[in-house]
Design a protein around this ligand. Sequence first.
Ligand code: DGT
Ligand code: CA
Ligand code: CA
Length: 570
Amino acid sequence: MLNQKVAMMLNEIADLLELKEERFKPQAYRRAAHSIETMDKDIQYEYEHGRLREIPGVGEAIEGKIVEILKTGSLRYLEDLKAELPAGLVQLMDVPEIGPKTVMRLYKELKITNVQDLKQAAEQHRLHHMKGFGEKTEENILKGIRYLEESRGRMLLGYAHPIAAGMVNYLKGKGGFELVDYAGSLRRMRETIGDIDILVGSDEPERASDSFVSYPEVETILAKGPTRSAVRLRSGTQVDLRVVSRSSYGAALLYFTGSKEHNIALRTIALDRGMKLNEYGLIKKDTGEVVAAATEEDIYRALGMTIMPPEIRENHGEIQASQLGQLPKLVSLSDIKGDLHVHTYATDGASTMEELARVAMAKGYEYLGISDHSSSLRVANGLDADGLRKNIAEAKRLSEQLAPFRVLIGTEVEIDEKGGLDYPNELLAELDYVIAAVHSRFKMEEAEMTERLVTAMSNEHVTILAHPTGRILGRREGYLFSNEKVFQAAKDHKICMEVNAYPDRMDLGDRMCRFAKEAGVMLSTNTDSHSIDHLNNMRYAVAMARRGWVGPEQVLNTKGLRAFLEWTSS
Ligand code: DGT
Ligand code: CA
Ligand code: CA
């Protein structure tokens, strides 16, 4: 779909307008870009059916620009904007810590026009000639650049996964290929994905690669052969294909799923047993006899292990656990009984409570929790007490209509800088549950932020701490706080840590989920949905929990409705 390309161009306009210090326009472009990026409808199709204006945030002016992009592949307005400023300036804004004002000052005062220049200037301590810049700022900027360099070129899981799943389905739909999977970090469901690898087990390699390159989204065929092909999709994403024989599919899948560290550990075990392990099979060294190759399960078994889910194949203890028959039971998507972090049209969501509830019901959930923003988050149209009571009434009406399905009413309430909450306790007491969130003042000292979080968590009405680290993947590291103290507070006050599935959050991430598992802290896997499409993101939160070895008993929303209500009221 062209959605990604259109969204990218609109975001680029927003970046450039921000540099020009336009006040409201950038936000309008971002809002439209966000809708287009996250909707599951095809923008081209919407255009052909005259429905562009129905997309949230798309007015007359933006509609015209989208039409131009769809018709010509480019946009005059964007080209003109770009011509006004050096090309590298926009990338400078990607450095965490640096906003449009700073970029323009760096440009005007120090002639810095790109990230490389900035890095040099910070290293050579030339930045603190600028007013308001100290040594600490230089350090932070260098840290930000390192972060940017590490994340560059990696895709978000929530972006790569639908693309890969779409291709796998397409290939399976071609008939004759049952052995098709995406492999690599995507199959392990890492937070970010370097590249997409698809594996086919087939004895008709030519037909497999023909089918692969004929995928309708393919823009360019980069390579095509019987065992390896590569294409670039219209969205700009590169996808690699490998075709192996059906008889060695398991060995190839194991190999290309990785992780590399997991593979190396397996190979060492094989060697100890006089065998070698590669993408063709588990093979006896002396005779060359193939011991196992067709399925992953066969190979693990031949190595004295039980098969383990891809999400934990990181050589973080899973091999020993498997050898001892002590693999943990992991939470899975089918355990999930409801979603608790959802925004409606009443604040910054794009769908109504009823639309959301019906989709949640169709997923087989027992409940959906509505958690609109609270009053002080004005950018998101946060609700005052009256607005919240309207939500309560609507949830009640829908719960009666959709029974036994239940629409629960919560809130995503702002935590102020001292750890106080936006709503008074009497109002919080009217809700089924409360999610507390930090959306402001990220740059506190560790002790102060820890105190802020712990204070908020000690409010008796709080159920869940939203996106606990506050990081935005590729853009901002989390705020500083003491993990030990905050997790201890979670235990003391019976608070769940959220595993937020919004693709650029994934917060908690896998490592912190493992930390929670070890600390015995409850988690809640939520989507932070702003439209019905986002409800599908639940699998990513579950994946983070799985990567953290978390079982269903440690996830709040695996509880059925009654158990959930008992848990929150005790
Ligand atoms: P990525 O793409 O950076 O997110 O990470 P992966 O894990 O998908 O890595 P990738 O795409 O380079 O390779 C896919 C899998 O192939 C990887 O997980 C394990 C396997 N593999 C690649 N290179 C090696 C290697 O040098 N040794 C071993 N044992 N396995 C490798
Ligand atoms: Ca990969
Ligand atoms: Ca690859």
